[in-house]
Design a binder for this molecule. Structure first.
Ligand SMILES: C[S@@+](CC[C@H](N)C(=O)[O-])C[C@H]1O[C@@H](n2cnc3c(N)ncnc32)[C@H](O)[C@@H]1O
Length: 192
């Protein structure tokens, strides 16, 4: 089954497309700098770079870095790619947009809290954060961290929350599996 075929009346997740909140934040901000923490193969970094943003992408997985580097070459090396554990990454600038998409559930609870604090600190006044991650409606124990009901939005009480949702992800097929699945997730877009 290809990644865009319909399943159960719904389209499967096309992981080459940017996330909806990133498309929305690009429209809201228009131009500027962006930091993508745990960029993966770079769907969001590539989209923002194509929209004219100056993007820094941080990723730790070698295979994902190869894929991102190849796509960045085609784009004329517009994205600054950093091979690092996001827990130890320290930028020397602030950003208009900071994204952390489907990454935080891989971190320990201490690191999740400190990562969100750092994201807020590294954002310019009027800038935006986009965070998505798994919620505790998923099976416990499969991921180190799962967000509780309203937990993620509570960390942004002092920002303008543009959108916050707790919902199921689109159906997707994990590499090596045949049956589509979907997970419970939280989705946040907030402005400083
Ligand atoms: C589910 S993927 C999401 C990728 C991308 N943000 C997206 O939305 O398409 C999670 C990514 O986070 C990366 N990641 C997980 N823990 C990390 C860490 N401590 N430092 C850097 N990257 C990390 C993984 O290697 C993987 O590429």
């Amino acid at each position: 089954m290809d990644s865009t075929e319909a399943y159960n009346g719904q389209k499967l997740w096309d992981t080459s497309k940017p996330s909806e909140l990133v498309v929305e934040v690009a429209k809201l901000k228009g131009s500027g700098t962006a930091l993508d923490l745990g960029a993966g193969k770079g769907r969001d970094s590539l989209y923002l770079a194509r929209q004219g943003f100056k993007v820094t992408a941080v990723e730790i997985d070698e295979n994902h870095l190869v894929s991102l580097n190849n796509k960045n070459l085609e784009l004329g090396n517009k994205i600054k790619i950093i091979n690092s554990d996001i827990n130890y990454f320290k930028p020397n600038e602030k950003f208009d947009i900071i994204i952390c998409g489907m990454v935080l559930h891989f971190l320990s609870s201490e690191n999740v809290i400190s990562m969100i604090k750092k994201m807020k600190l590294w954002t310019k006044p009027g800038g935006y954060n986009v965070i998505t991650g798994y919620s505790d409606k998923n099976e416990v124990g499969k991921r180190p961290y799962l967000f509780k009901h309203t937990e993620l939005s509570s960390y942004y009480d002092d920002w303008r929350i543009i959108s916050y949702q707790e919902k199921l992800t689109t159906w997707f097929i994990k590499p090596g599996e045949t049956d589509p699945r979907r997970n419970h997730a939280v989705y946040l877009l907030a402005q400083k």
